[in-house]
Design a protein around this ligand. Structure first.
Ligand code: NDP
Length: 249
């Protein structure tokens, strides 16, 4: 993994950083020089592995248990990060869940949980963080290309949640331009993680539809986030940026 050191002296918080794309982002931002806090819900062992990796590279890491379904827990995680490190420069909202079901079968309880974890937590985190952020700070939300292309049946609620965060980001970006804080959505295509395993039942179907012929890697998404978090991305705000191997072409 390359690093750019552009975040030396900065503090980053990754909501949902114990596994998959979020863990890759936490590791990458630490390699870039940031002190990194991240939340997790149900994977304390995986969270400790990320902390150990970052500390092994002489970085600073703090794992905070906070269920993204609880907006007050998310806001408390923001507060704890600022108490610990004194500032917050980069917020990455990554935690997300994916449950399937067609419109005639999908339970309403699952609808509410999807909205709570995938959408409301983004607003809660951005609200708490933005109150403390200074000019030049970054808010980056991990959406999905399903905001643009649903492609499979049974994904209506997940797709809605990712369309919602893309729209939320555009609005928050306008709210925060007067303070010099940028807000963007990164929309990965199929990426090899626990949520979407490279050897899972849908992997071959997906690969056949991705022009580059493979799933993405968490580290590739993390590299894109690293760029957006850094000083060179200062003129990008309100954007939905795809990283998908051409899936949406
Ligand atoms: P994984 O399921 O592999 O990892 C999810 C991460 O989010 C874990 O660290 C998990 O922590 C955390 N998380 C999940 N629910 C909660 C919660 N309620 N509270 C706090 N943390 C939580 O997912 P991916 O890495 O694949 O996905 C990350 C993001 O990228 C998601 O928003 C997803 O929608 C999006 N995405 C993924 C794609 C893919 O193909 N993989 C494609 C497009 C977008 P813990 O284990 O502790 O609960």
């Amino acid at each position: 993994m390359s690093e750019n050191n552009g975040l030396t002296g900065k503090v980053a918080l990754v909501i949902g950083g114990s596994r998959g794309i979020g863990a890759a982002i936490a590791r990458r931002l630490a390699a870039d020089g940031a002190a990194v806090a991240f939340t997790f819900a149900s994977s304390p062992r995986r969270a400790q592995e990320v902390v150990a990796d970052i500390e092994g590279g002489q970085g600073k890491a703090l794992a905070i248990q906070a269920d993204s379904a609880d907006p007050y827990a998310v806001q408390a995680a923001v507060a704890r990060t600022i108490e610990t490190h004194g500032r917050l420069d980069v917020l990455v909202c990554n935690s997300g869940i994916l449950t399937h079901g067609t419109v005639d079968t999908y339970p309403l309880e699952d609808f509410d949980r999807m909205v709570a974890v995938n959408v409301r937590s983004v607003f809660a985190a951005a609200q708490a963080a933005s109150r403390h952020m200074r000019e030049g700070a970054r808010i980056i939300v991990i959406g999905s290309i399903v905001a643009d292309r649903t492609a499979v049946a049974g994904a209506s609620v997940y797709s809605m949640s990712k369309g919602a965060v893309a729209a939320l980001v555009r609005g928050m970006a306008l709210d925060l331009t007067p303070r010099g804080i940028t807000v963007n959505t990164v929309q990965p295509g199929p990426t090899a993680t626990d949520m979407n395993p490279a050897d899972g039942p849908h992997a071959d179907w997906l690969k056949a539809r991705i022009p580059l012929g493979r799933l993405g890697e968490g580290a590739e998404v993390a590299g894109f986030v690293s760029y957006l978090a850094g000083p060179e991305a200062s003129f990008i705000t309100g954007a939905s940026l795809n990283i998908d191997g051409g899936y949406t072409l």
